[in-house]
Ligand binder design. Structure first.
Ligand code: GRF
Length: 218
């Protein structure tokens, strides 16, 4: 018996390119999740208009209209429930969430971050990576915990840093990897092939052991 597809709400604040990659992936009939709703805290977010044009339910919840974070999050919670969302994927969602919301969606709230966590949590990851001179960077899809950019890691992708990189060129190389990683990670998680065990994620599919990224390459 095939399992029903997991109903996913995606939270965005802007361009929404990661949300688009999830929507595109979920078009495949055998993908284990469907995007039932896209929610933005910024009504003018370009990603919101794109999602609406795809026929996906969209909700704008302008955080500036709410006196407190808790009031904003109560509305967010209701919007997800109205769409019968079972999982929530943050994709460039730029609001800090309180412990109340994070607890309510514990192990059902997913985020993508443009670094190989636990390295470079927070903002300006690419500029900081260049300053440190690291030779490999990447991106991480993880479950959300109270402390920013922490939580059980579902999947990561690594990309090389090139000598001539700027934060912008490095960022666009990482973003390309994000667009492949997020659909892959959501597929693993929604299908149950990635499952929470304590504070880590156990992966039930086999991993290719004979692969390595060298940077510089040779
Ligand atoms: C991505 O780099 C994501 O990792 C970070 O914010 C950016 C959002 O880009 N959290 P987009 O809105 O998905 O295009």
């Amino acid at each position: 018996m095939t399992q029903p597809r997991k109903r996913v709400a995606v939270l965005i604040s802007g361009r929404g390119s990661n949300m688009m990659s999830l929507v595109e992936a979920a078009r495949a009939p055998d993908y284990p999740a469907e995007i039932v709703c896209v929610i933005s805290n910024r009504p003018e977010a370009p990603g919101l208009a794109w999602a609406a044009a795809q026929g996906i339910a969209t909700v704008a919840i302008d955080h500036k209209a709410y006196a407190t974070r808790v009031a904003f999050e109560a509305k967010l919670h209701t919007a997800i429930l109205d769409a019968r969302g079972e999982l929530v994927c943050m994709a460039g969602f730029l609001r800090m969430l309180t412990g109340g919301f994070i607890d309510r969606w514990r192990d059902r709230l997913v985020n993508i971050h443009p670094s190989l966590l636990p390295s470079f949590p927070g903002l300006d990851t690419h500029a900081r990576a260049l300053d440190e001179g690291v030779k490999i960077v990447g991106c991480t899809v993880h479950l959300v915990r109270l402390e920013m950019d922490t939580g059980p890691i579902i999947a990561q992708a690594a990309v090389p840093v090139l000598p001539e990189d700027t934060p912008e060129t490095l960022g666009s190389r990482v973003l390309k990897a994000e667009h492949r990683l997020y659909p892959h990670a959501l597929k693993l998680f929604a299908s149950g092939q990635a499952r929470v065990v304590g504070e880590t994620i156990q992966i039930l599919q086999s991993v290719n052991q004979d692969t390595a990224l060298f940077s510089p390459s040779f």
